[in-house]
Design a protein around this ligand. Sequence first.
Ligand SMILES: *Cc1c(COP(=O)(O)O)cnc(C)c1O
Length: 356
Amino acid sequence: MVYPTLEALEHADRTPYEGTRYGRRGTPTTFALEEAVATLEGGDHCVAVPSGLAAITTALLAFLKAGDHLLMVDTTYGPVRRFCDVLLSGLGIETTYYDPLADVTPLLRDTTRVVYLESPGSLTFEVQDVPAAATAARAAGAVSILDNTWSAGLLLKPFAHGVDVSIQAATKYLVGHSDVMLGTITTTADTFLRVKRASALLGTAVGPDDCYLGLRGMRTLSVRLPRHQETALQVARWLAGRAEVTHVRHPAFGDCPGHAVWRRDFSGANGLVTIVLQPASKRALAAMLDGMKLFAMGYSWGGYESLIVPIDPAAARSATVWPYSGPCLRLHCGLEDPADLIDDLEQGFARLHAAS
Ligand SMILES: *Cc1c(COP(=O)(O)O)cnc(C)c1O
């Protein structure tokens, strides 16, 4: 933004929302995306940032300072744990990891400023009682921050459950085409300025072309997500009947920890499924994975294509125990024909046996 006269510059609109007119604070495209995400999640405002991880770190830094205490869910997205253990601890901020199924009340201290939630949890989908934790946080004078990436803002409305700040890795379902990194921080009216200030001071600005692609993805979200859900449920049910599979983890399955809470609070599921296999050699696992035709091997999820990746849930937690010992795979079911995906997995199991 440039100003035609000195008077225009000195009397420029300096609302808290837009601040001075400078690209780092956002462009009209940024504001359009922020407004759309705030509406989707039922929040008051939203701040767009360049990645999901930037959304999390910016939100945490907005509310934490030296001497503060953070309650962090044990099933948080992996890099968040490293951010807490390396950067936050270096700043004198103490983190306690908690069981996603536990009541946080006894863990709250006088110095607890943030209760951080992710539901369902990364990799293993434990479903948290979000309203209970948000209420307990608020009663203790702490802010609740929820990683709402799994629901894409469509399947869970965090602000209706008392959450103060909801972040998303928009990289996943909002963008939906695996071609942009993008994060969003949606806030209440009360928490907005802290978050906006932190983002402005950290310089986490997003390019307008990325925001445009976020807006484009959102236009088809309500069509894509039910299809991901349907396909993942078909694939999960098929996997549950396979002898190679000892456990299928999906929030819609009755044995998923927190399943009853998922039924109470969520309006659906997405394309993710995690499975535990019978013990298998590395060679057999490689034979299965190396030959997949539709399930590409890769991290991330939320795009149109199916992905498969070996995971190690036991290594990603410190306050809880992963009760299974077999090799684990996380699947993201994309928008391909479910029968073709099942066929791809069936051939994969045949290779697994042949190499055993
Ligand atoms: C991928 C992911 C993130 C990080 O998002 P990026 O855009 O990759 O930085 C955060 N939370 C969850 C649950 C994720 O799956």
